[in-house]
Design a protein. Structure first.
Length: 450
């Protein structure tokens, strides 16, 4: 096992950090216990193209090991087995919240890392910081980053090297309940609502009218956590420059949160709670954050009266919310076999079509040039082609900001700040900034806070 010097230097820091796992892992499925089993299947494969590296891989034989928390997608696996019958996959089930810890303990004990790791979005910065992943845009893999979206290259590049390939799409827009939008905003047309809300300031001002008109019975969003999901991921720049906190960026986000709180257009529900889930079946809130996995995992199970929903580009554009990726550790014994799996499922037309049959949209950019591929309907959204909205309108406006391991600490602190903001109206921008600085200094003395 070949691990970089930086990995050894940072193990102590990584172990000391609290593992961050929220319900974002819902976008990639459930967890599992330890163990391993080879997977194979034999359904009819989708038609497609050769891989990005130019090698057919027909002469490759053997078995690679994948750490993951979910069963691999059956249609995509069957298509891969058809194309590469002599390459087998051994899946070792590791729950999403335990991947980082298992990597740390394996490295510390001198154990053998897998050939490929599924990486949940909430752990990405921590795993990238460990410096254990092989650059995939270099030999022997030579991934063609032009086949991915521009925001992908930014999000999965470290020190100029592409270290992971995104698997499932996690574009996010804003969903809305059409009857409520029609009654209180005068339209349930997505494009008209997008024109009505070019920014969050206009969203707040119109929200005040909604609250007044409804006598306070209807608000724009369930809580400040939902607001944070939007504005955090749309922020103008990274929170950290190495270990230095960019206080101006953080202050702009906290200022927006306070403005939303003081306007009265959002309620006080905490995200991911039973009450918050139940809100998707109510008529109390017009809008909801809506990453691409939300219709299946949240809206569908909680809204029993479809079709009521519409999808639009959020004020100030699209963003990334959740998702997972695959990386290959340095020195992986069967890295070339693992690469063929990543390449096929995430960087070919053939893989994109097979993944779609399993309900997964990959980041293979050329596939989205075909309107037949992007077409996607969901019961709760009626006749609207939400695929076109996600993959054309939302994707075109999507940007990302870089993160590092310090962002995980800030996420923990911001959860406390958001709850305090919701409960204490005297807790303002200055108080919130002071709380963040105090918490960061206590948790990570290495962080510079001005």
């Amino acid at each position: 096992m070949m691990i970089g010097r930086k990995a050894i230097q940072r193990i102590a820091l990584a172990v000391s950090l609290t593992l961050l796992l929220g319900l974002l892992s819902a976008c990639g499925g459930g967890g599992g216990g330890a163990g391993g089993a080879s997977q194979d299947a034999g359904t009819e494969p989708a038609a497609g193209s050769e891989g990005t590296s130019g090698s057919s891989g027909k002469d490759l034989k053997g078995e690679f090991v994948l750490w993951t928390w979910e069963p691999e997608h059956p249609t995509a696996l069957a298509a891969f087995n058809e194309k590469y019958p002599d390459i087998k996959m051994k899946v070792v089930n590791v729950s999403a919240g335990d991947v980082t810890k298992k990597l740390q303990t394996t490295i510390a004990s001198g154990g053998e890392l897998p050939d490929v790791i599924r990486i949940e979005a909430g752990q990405k910065a921590k795993i990238f910081d460990m410096d254990i992943l092989q650059p995939l845009d270099e030999p022997p893999y030579v991934a063609d980053s032009s086949l991915l979206f521009d925001y992908d290259v930014n999000a999965f590049t470290v020190d100029g090297k592409l270290v992971a390939i995104p698997d499932d799409m996690s574009l996010s827009g804003m969903a809305f309940i059409k009857p409520l939008a029609k009654e209180y905003l005068g339209t349930d047309n997505p494009e008209e609502l997008e024109a009505m809300f070019p920014d969050w300031e206009s969203f707040i001002e119109k929200g005040k009218e909604v609250v007044a008109k409804s006598g306070g019975k209807v608000k724009m969003l369930p809580g400040l956590g939902d607001v944070h999901s939007f504005i955090k991921n749309q922020r103008p720049g990274p929170y950290f420059d190495g270990d230095k906190l960019n206080t101006d960026v953080l202050k702009s986000v906290i200022t927006d949160l306070v403005n939303f709180r003081d306007s009265g257009v959002v309620d006080k529900l905490d995200q991911w709670t039973p009450a918050w889930n139940a809100a998707f079946g109510s008529e109390k809130y017009i809008f909801a954050v809506c990453p691409i996995w939300m219709p299946q995992y949240v809206i569908g199970p909680n809204d029993k009266n479809p079709p009521r929903w519409g999808l639009m580009v959020a004020p100030e554009g699209g963003f990334i919310f959740g998702g997972s990726s695959h990386g290959i550790p340095k020195g992986a014994k069967n890295g070339e076999l693992a690469w063929k799996w990543i390449e096929f499922t995430s960087m070919t037309q053939e893989g994109a079509e097979a993944q779609k049959k399993d309900g997964v949209f990959t980041h293979y950019k050329p596939a989205y040039d075909d309107s037949a591929f992007t077409q996607w309907h969901w019961e709760n959204f009626g006749e609207q082609d939400i695929g076109e909205k996600y993959f054309v309108d939302i994707s075109a406006s999507t940007k990302t900001v870089t993160e590092n391991v310090n962002d995980l600490l800030l996420n923990e602190v911001m959860s406390i700040v958001i709850q305090t903001l919701a409960k204490d109206e005297s807790f303002g921008v200055d108080e919130a900034m002071d709380r963040v600085k105090q918490e960061l200094k206590a948790k990570a003395p290495n962080i510079t806070v001005e």
